[in-house]
Design a protein. Structure first.
Length: 165
């Protein structure tokens, strides 16, 4: 694998970045099969209830992640994508490590869903310590499952124990 480029990872800055990131998503699998249009992708990236972080190389977006940080499913990595030209060079791994660090401030569980037809992403998550905890058949489109994976540091009841000791 080529060397990992120098990156900064920060909150989404503006609508122009959102448009670039929406393109990474809408033009590529698994979202082509999941029929997620550019407009829907843009809506997810600009959803004010989400935290969106962008990885930039020399100021230009090369990847992003959308995190669910409120509600019943805190700690869910809703979407992650890297610029097709930059895939396979460690950027996704770096973005995920960043996302995990953010989520573990709030919860001991990091969740992600991977489409049943996306074995490359499944292998990446497994290598990073995620385990399959369930399967949602016909969840987004008929004929394909979403596979729910979790990486955990322990039970909820033990989370934060000793913080104020
Ligand atoms: C999945 C993704 C975010 C990983 O980011 P990345 O920078 O390519 O990944 P890294 O370089 O850190 O790690 C490489 C691993 O990712 C896997 N990978 C998954 N999808 C890939 C893709 N479309 N292109 C290249 N590598 C991909 C590779 O197989 C590799 O694992 P391996 O070494 O076991 O073969 C990125 O490839 C991507 O945007 N893919 C398309 C969208 C997607 O599948 N998102 C995940 C939805 S759950």
């Amino acid at each position: 694998m080529a060397s990992v480029p120098k990156l900064e990872i920060e909150r989404l800055r503006d609508h122009e970045e959102a448009r670039i990131c929406a393109r990474f998503m809408a033009d590529s699998e698994p979202w082509l099969t999941l029929a997620r249009s550019y407009e829907v992708s843009l809506g997810l990236i600009t959803d004010p209830t989400r935290e969106v972080y962008v990885a930039r190389k020399e100021g230009r977006p090369v990847g992003f992640v959308i995190l669910v940080v409120t509600g019943a499913f805190v700690g869910y990595v809703q979407s992650i994508a890297v610029d097709p030209e930059w895939r396979g060079r460690g950027i996704g791994t770096r973005i995920l490590a960043f996302a995990e660090e953010r989520i573990l401030q709030m919860s001991p569980n990091v969740f992600v869903c991977v489409s049943s037809f996306n074995p490359d992403a499944l292998r990446l998550y497994r290598r990073l310590g995620y385990e399959i905890v369930g399967e949602l058949p016909d969840y987004i489109v008929r004929g394909h499952s979403e596979i729910l994976m979790r990486k955990t540091t322990g039970p909820l009841a033990e989370f934060g124990e000793g913080d104020d000791a």
